[in-house]
Write a protein that binds this ligand. Structure first.
Ligand SMILES: [Zn+2]
Length: 559
């Protein structure tokens, strides 16, 4: 039993814990019986959404898939927090145009680009339109629409009737003098100016179920309220909770059993702590995994690109939607599924060989899945198989897709004129089967197209080269007689007959012994002559790929 436990993928372990919760907590048992397992995440569509949030989406998706793999009814829902106010000038849209919308809900602000219902929809869809590519199966929701549809009406009443309790919780967790602790926890939309960030509730009339409010010019420094005073129903889209209360209110409203977030939300006394206290003490609902009524639990670690923690609000770094320009979605999903949520991921695809290593790791996992590569033990086998299943986009195929040797491919894309020639070369060297299925042909072409882009845009110098037309004069002069002889002998034998890689290698040995050059010196000489660099791709492969005749022609200029 003990050993079996260690086989589990993290998503399966979480799914198991969720099932345990549903079986032991009477509130959750009822919710799950009615709706199934509700895995939830949310995002404010304030601008370009950075890649770090994508980690959360893949985690929630993997857990929902793991629940379904246990035969349970489960879904992942991602909600756009589109009732949140615009609180910073957008960095990638016409800021001047948006000045008047500061403090208004994102769902009521026009999109910076035509074809979208609102500012909120535009930015949300920048990310969610990529979900299919990432294999994320997810139902999309709008928190603003949930308010309008009255889904929060019950929790709004409970919260307003218990605002003393909520204020007490805020005070318990905030540092002395923090703002907000004295307020009634609700932000109505001003009926005159439409802003939501500028309103202060002065009274909750529980009998008539209306809030009295003021729209204040100096309530927040970044948005100016219109001065209106009025009263309105808080229900059906009349306003929203402050966000920590909203976070807590969502859980009983939807029946959420799992919702995690980045670890910055989980700090001691942070927003998650406040939300779980409100969920427990005000709404009497067990907070979702990884929290309990008493413990905050741990959020997932940062996902950074190239060592920088990226922030959407600062407008820096790579967004979720732009990330596929740097790495294929399949590879990113694999990286996120393979890594436990509590481990930091710092992925730097630019100027390093990490991208190639990631492709190779994926292919190794794939070979293990299909029984083509051996593993050390059962545990590793079980782990790799599950990683493959959870990271594969779409149904896992019956037979293994065609694989390509990546490092070798980085060389071919630089020598050959197009991808088709690269495929042909890989077939002629036996790296690919002569009769690829059309699916495999398409798959391989896609990967090679990415390799070509990677070499051109992101590869470190050691992967890049250009084959000389002729050896430059100064290089030629720098060679010793033995070096010149070696190159001439190589050119002659390349012209004599077509050689396989092993025959070529034997030829190298012969030339070394006849000229007295050490093998290391021989290889260096060839690279300098052919590429103008001290090192290069495996010499036999390079010669085969470039073609014996063309190599001989470069070397013969030495004569
Ligand atoms: Zn107003």
């Amino acid at each position: 039993m003990k050993e079996e436990k260690s086989f589990k993928h993290w998503a399966d372990s979480i799914a198991e814990k969720l099932e345990e919760r549903a079986n032991t907590d009477p509130i959750l048992a009822k919710v799950v019986a009615e709706k199934g397992y509700f895995v939830y995440d949310e995002k404010t569509p304030s601008g370009k959404i950075h890649i770090g949030a994508g980690r959360g989406w893949v985690i929630h998706d993997a857990v929902a898939k793991a629940l379904r793999a246990r035969g349970l009814k489960a879904k992942f829902v991602l909600s756009s927090d589109d009732m949140d106010p615009l609180d910073k000038m957008p960095v990638d849209a016409d800021a001047k145009k948006y000045e008047k919308y500061m403090g208004a809900p994102f769902m009521n602000i026009p999109s910076p680009v035509s074809g979208y219902k609102s500012y909120a929809e535009y930015y949300f869809r920048q990310a969610t339109d990529k979900f299919a590519e990432f294999g994320i199966e997810c139902e999309l929701a709008s928190t603003g629409q949930d308010y309008i549809d009255g889904k929060f009406n019950r929790t709004i009443k409970i919260a307003l009737d218990n605002s003393d309790k909520i204020r007490e919780i805020y005070k318990r967790f905030s540092r002395k003098g923090s703002i907000g602790t004295e307020r009634i926890p609700f932000n109505p939309i001003c009926e005159k100016c439409g802003r939501i960030a500028t309103t202060l509730v002065t009274e909750w009339d529980s009998k008539r179920e209306v809030v009295k409010y003021k729209c204040l010019p100096d309530f927040v420094p970044w948005a100016k309220g219109c001065g209106y005073e009025g009263e309105r129903s808080p229900y059906n889209g009349g306003g929203k909770f402050p966000w920590k209360v909203e976070w807590a209110a969502k859980w009983p409203t939807h029946g959420v059993i799992m919702e995690t977030a980045g670890k910055d939300h989980f700090s001691a006394g942070g927003s998650r702590s406040v939300a779980i206290a409100i969920s427990d003490e005000v709404f009497d609902y067990p907070p979702p995994y990884p929290s309990t009524r008493k413990k905050t639990g741990d959020g997932y670690e940062f996902f950074t690109i190239g060592g920088r923690k990226m922030s959407t609000s600062k407008g820096r770094g790579i967004s979720f939607s732009d990330m596929t320009d740097y790495a294929p979605a399949t590879m990113l999903r694999y990286l996120l599924v393979k890594t436990r949520p509590r481990a930091v991921i710092d992925f730097d695809p630019v100027g390093t060989n990490k991208m190639i290593l990631l492709f190779e790791a994926y292919d190794k996992t794939e070979r293990i899945y299909f029984g083509k590569d051996a593993v050390d033990n059962e545990r590793e086998l079980a782990h790799e198989k599950r990683v493959y299943e959870l990271s594969h986009i779409g149904p896992v195929p019956k037979t293994m897709p065609a694989q390509i040797p990546f490092t070798h491919a980085t060389m071919l894309v630089q020598i050959l004129p197009d991808i088709k020639s690269v495929v042909d070369s890989l077939k002629s060297t036996g790296h690919l089967s002569e009769n690829l299925s059309s699916d495999d042909e398409k798959y391989v072409t896609g990967r090679l197209t990415f390799v070509k882009k990677w070499v051109a845009e992101f590869a470190p110098e050691e992967y890049k080269f250009v084959v000389n037309e002729k050896v430059p004069d100064d290089v030629m002069k720098s060679f010793s007689d033995a070096q010149k002889d070696a190159l001439t002998m190589l050119a002659e034998s390349l012209r004599k007959k077509k050689m396989a890689e092993d025959e070529l290698y034997n030829e190298f040995k012969r030339i070394c012994s006849e000229t007295g050059l050490a093998p290391k010196e021989f290889f260096r000489t060839c690279y300098v002559a052919l590429l103008g660099k001290e090192r290069g791709p495996k010499l036999v492969s390079l010669i085969v790929a470039v073609g014996q005749e063309r190599v001989a022609k470069v070397l013969v200029t030495l004569e």
